[in-house]
Design a protein around this ligand. Structure first.
Ligand code: NDP
Length: 608
C-alpha cells in the first residue's frame, strides 16, 4: 500500500519568522526557573502512598539466599530483552527483580482506561519473527502488550525465576568475593557475578510540587496507579460508573491524558482537564491486522520495518524509500520525500534543514487547523493548539480527545499563565484565581526521566569498588564505555538512554543493548574471568569522542516548550534523554558490531 503525503499549506503560506518568534514566546511563558526541581517526591497527605500497587496484592514469601550469575534489575522490556539475550547466550543463572507484581514494566503499571501504544505495534513489539506473534492491530492495547511481555518470559524460560513486588535496597560490589551483594526489602540476600540495570525510563511517576498538594482531602492518584476501585470499571472493562456523581480533575494533556480523557468525559459528572501545554493530536486510524499482509511478510521484515521507522522519525528519510509506517511520526519525512522527488532534492545540508523547518511549520499548521475543525468552542480550540516544533513533544493521535471538549460536562482549564497548577486546597485546586472544588484529582503528570539517578532507580545504595557510590560517580552525568559499563563498577551493565545510540523505538534500543551486554557476559564467562570492567583510559576516550560528536540542538530546543524530552527546559542538565551518539544509530551499531567481531573486548580489563 502506498502511503500518501498529507495535505498541508504550501511553503509560501507559512510565516517562518513569525512562527519562530511565537514558538520562543510560548516556551518562555512555560519555562520555570526550578527546571526539574518543580517535581517532588511526595511525602504526606493524600499522596503518601502514591506509588503503591493497586493492581495486584503483595503476597508473602520467604526471603531468597542465593548465588547467581546475573541479577537483572527490572522486568519491563529492558529487563525482558536483557534476559532473553542472556538465555540466548546460554546463561541461565539469573533472576529479574522488579517492584511490580509481574512482567511488563510500564505496561504492568499503566492500566488507565483507553491505554494503547502510540507506536506502530509491528515495530514496537520486539521479536515478532522469533515468537510468531502478530499484534491484533496497528496500535496495540496495553493489555495485549502486557500479555506479550509475560509470553516472552515464559517462552524463553525465565518467567518463574523473577522476584516481583521486590525493591532492591542495596547493591554493593564485594572485591573479596568478586560478586555484587544484593539486598531487598523482602529480606533477600543474593550474590551475583553480574548486575544489569534495566530499571526503565518511565518507571518513576512524577508529581508537581503544587503548593498545598498535601492538604487536599479528596481522592488523588497518579495515572500509572489507576484506582478502578474508586472510579468503577476494570482494566478489561473501563466503565467508570462510580464517577457519575463526581467532580474529577485530570492534570496533564500528554500521551496518557489524551487516552484517558475521553473515558473520563463519558463517565464523570464533571471533568476539568488541566492543561499547561497542549499536545499535537492527529487522527488515529487503527485497523485490525490484515492477515493477508501478515502472511505475505518475508523473513527479516521486522528489522526492515524498524529501520524504516527509525530513519523516517529520527534521521533523514532515504530518497526513494517507501514510508511503511504512515502515521504522525513519519509525516514530515514522507512529505519531504514526496516534494523533493517532484522538485529535486536540496543540494546542501543547510538547504535541507531550511526546508525541513518549513515542512515542520506546515505540518504543525495542519495539526492546529485540526483542532479548530473538531472543537466547537473557539476559545477552547485556541487554547488546545500546540505552538512548537513537531518533535518537541511526543506526537500523539486520537479521534476521541478533541470531541470530549464538546461535551457540556467537560471544561478545559488552561494553567499556562501560572506555569502549572497554581495551588491546591483541602477541597480542590486553584487556577487563574478561582477555586474548583473536586472529589478526585488524577495526575497524568508523567514520569521522572532525567532527574537525579537515585530518584529514578530508587535504590538507596549502589556502591562499586572501594565503596564509591554511583550517584557520586555520576553526579555530573554518566561516564561510560559504549554506554554499557563504567570504570570502578565492575560487572555492572546499563540499559536505557545512556551515552549511546538513540533509536526511535525504545524496544529496539533496549534489545540491542541487551544483546551487547550478553555478548560481554558470555565472553567473560568463557575466558574464566571473574571481573570485567572498562579501563579508565578507554572510558575517558569514549566519553571524549562521544562529547565531541554531539550535535548542537540548542536552536531547536529554543523552539520547544519545557517537558521531559528536554529536561524541563534545562539546557545543560547532567542527564538528557536525547544526548546520543552524534553520527546516529546505524553508525553506533556498526561500531559496536565491529568491536564485538574483533573478539578481544578491547578497552576492557578482565581478571580472574
Ligand atoms: P507527559 O510527561 O507526557 O505529560 C505530563 C503532563 O502533565 C503534561 O501535559 C504536563 O504539562 C503536565 N504537567 C506536569 N506538571 C504540571 C503542572 N504543574 N501543572 C499542570 N500540568 C502539569 O506524561 P504522560 O504520562 O502523558 O506520558 C509520558 C510518556 O509515557 C509518553 O511521552 C510516552 O513516551 C509514554 N506513554 C506512551 C503511551 C503510548 O504509547 N500510548 C501512553 C502513555 C504514555 P507540560 O507539557 O506543560 O509539562
Amino acid at each position: 500500500m502506498t502511503c500518501k503525503p498529507t495535505i498541508i499549506p504550501s511553503p509560501e503560506d507559512v510565516d517562518t519568522a513569525a512562527l519562530r518568534e511565537k514558538y520562543h514566546l510560548e516556551r518562555e511563558r512555560r519555562l520555570r526557573s526550578e527546571g526539574q526541581a518543580q517535581y517532588v517526591r511526595p511525602s504526606g497527605g493524600a499522596v503518601a502512598d502514591y506509588a503503591a500497587d493497586p493492581h495486584m496484592p503483595v503476597t508473602p514469601r520467604e526471603p531468597v539466599f542465593e548465588d547467581l550469575d546475573v541479577v537483572v534489575v527490572g522486568a519491563g522490556f529492558g529487563g525482558i530483552l536483557a534476559a532473553h539475550h542472556l538465555a540466548k547466550q546460554g546463561v541461565s543463572g539469573f533472576r529479574n527483580i522488579d517492584t511490580a507484581g509481574d512482567f511488563g514494566g510500564v505496561w504492568y503499571w499503566n492500566r488507565y482506561p483507553g491505554i494503547q501504544c502510540d507506536n506502530d505495534a509491528y515495530c514496537y513489539l520486539p521479536l515478532l519473527e522469533e515468537t510468531g506473534f502478530m499484534p491484533s492491530k496497528k496500535f496495540s492495547d496495553g493489555a495485549e502488550i502486557q500479555a506479550y511481555c509475560r509470553m516472552l518470559a515464559e517462552k524463553y524460560g525465565f518467567a518463574d525465576k523473577a522476584l516481583f513486588h521486590t525493591q532492591i535496597t542495596a547493591l554493593r560490589w564485594d572485591a573479596a568475593s568478586k560478586r555484587w551483594l544484593v539486598e531487598t526489602n523482602r529480606g533477600d540476600k543474593l550474590r551475583a557475578r553480574f548486575v544489569i540495570m534495566a530499571a526503565g525510563v518511565l518507571n518513576m511517576p512524577k508529581l508537581p510540587a503544587i503548593p498545598g498538594i498535601d492538604s487536599f482531602r479528596g481522592k488523588l492518584f497518579h495515572s500509572a496507579r489507576w484506582d478502578y476501585a474508586y472510579t468503577g470499571g476494570a482494566y478489561d472493562d473501563p466503565m467508570l460508573r462510580k464517577l457519575a456523581d463526581k467532580r474529577v480533575a485530570i492534570v496533564g494533556t500528554g500521551a496518557t491524558a489524551i487516552q484517558a480523557v475521553p473515558h473520563l468525559a463519558r463517565y464523570a459528572g464533571c471533568l476539568f482537564v488541566i492543561q499547561r501545554t497542549p499536545s499535537t493530536v492527529d487522527e488515529r486510524p487503527n485497523p485490525p491486522t490484515d492477515s493477508e499482509w501478515a502472511q505475505s511478510l518475508k523473513p527479516g521484515w521486522q528489522q526492515q520495518r524498524m529501520a524504516n521507522f527509525h530513519r523516517a522519525a529520527m534521521e533523514m528519510f532515504a530518497p526513494g524509500e517507501p514510508d511503511l509506517i504512515c502515521d504522525i511520526w513519519t509525516e514530515i519525512a514522507r512529505n519531504m520525500a514526496a516534494e523533493f522527488d517532484a522538485r529535486g532534492w536540496p543540494e546542501t545540508p543547510e538547504a535541507f534543514m531550511a526546508q525541513r523547518e518549513n515542512m515542520d511549520y506546515r505540518v504543525m499548521e495542519r495539526l492546529r487547523a485540526r483542532v479548530a475543525e473538531m472543537v466547537e468552542d473557539p476559545a477552547t480550540a485556541e487554547a488546545l493548539k500546540p505552538w512548537y516544533r513537531h518533535l518537541c513533544k511526543r506526537p500523539l493521535s486520537s479521534d476521541d480527545f478533541y470531541p470530549a471538549f464538546n461535551r457540556s460536562n467537560v471544561e478545559l482549564i488552561d494553567v499556562s499563565a501560572t506555569k502549572g497548577v497554581e495551588r491546591m486546597t483541602e477541597r480542590g485546586f486553584v487556577a487563574n484565581g478561582i477555586e474548583y472544588p473536586v472529589d478526585c484529582m488524577i495526575f497524568a503528570s508523567g514520569f521522572e526521566v532525567t532527574s537525579d539517578l537515585e530518584r529514578r532507580w530508587g535504590i538507596d545504595t549502589v556502591e562499586g569498588r572501594d565503596g564509591v557510590s554511583i550517584y557520586d560517580h555520576w553526579r555530573h552525568g554518566p561516564l561510560t564505555f559504549h554506554g554499557t559499563m563504567t570504570h570502578g563498577f565492575p560487572n555492572q551493565f546499563y540499559i536505557g538512554y545512556i551515552q549511546g545510540g538513540l533509536n526511535a523505538s525504545v524496544t529496539e534500543q533496549f534489545g540491542r543493548q541487551g544483546e551487547h551486554i550478553a555478548h560481554i557476559v558470555r565472553h567473560a564467562l568463557d575466558r574464566g574471568a571473574s571481573v570485567v570492567e572498562p579501563a579508565r583510559e578507554a572510558m575517558d576516550e569514549y566519553v571524549r569522542v562521544f562529547n565531541e560528536g554531539q550535535i548542537d540542538m540548542s536552536e531547536y530546543q529554543m523552539s520547544c516548550p519545557p517537558g521531559y524530552f528536554n529536561n524541563e527546559g534545562e539546557l545543560n542538565a547532567p542527564w538528557a534523554l536525547f544526548r546520543s551518539w552524534g553520527q546516529g544509530w546505524d553508525a553506533f551499531q556498526a561500531m559496536l558490531a565491529e568491536w564485538r567481531a574483533k573478539g578481544d573486548l578491547e578497552g576492557m580489563e578482565l581478571s580472574q
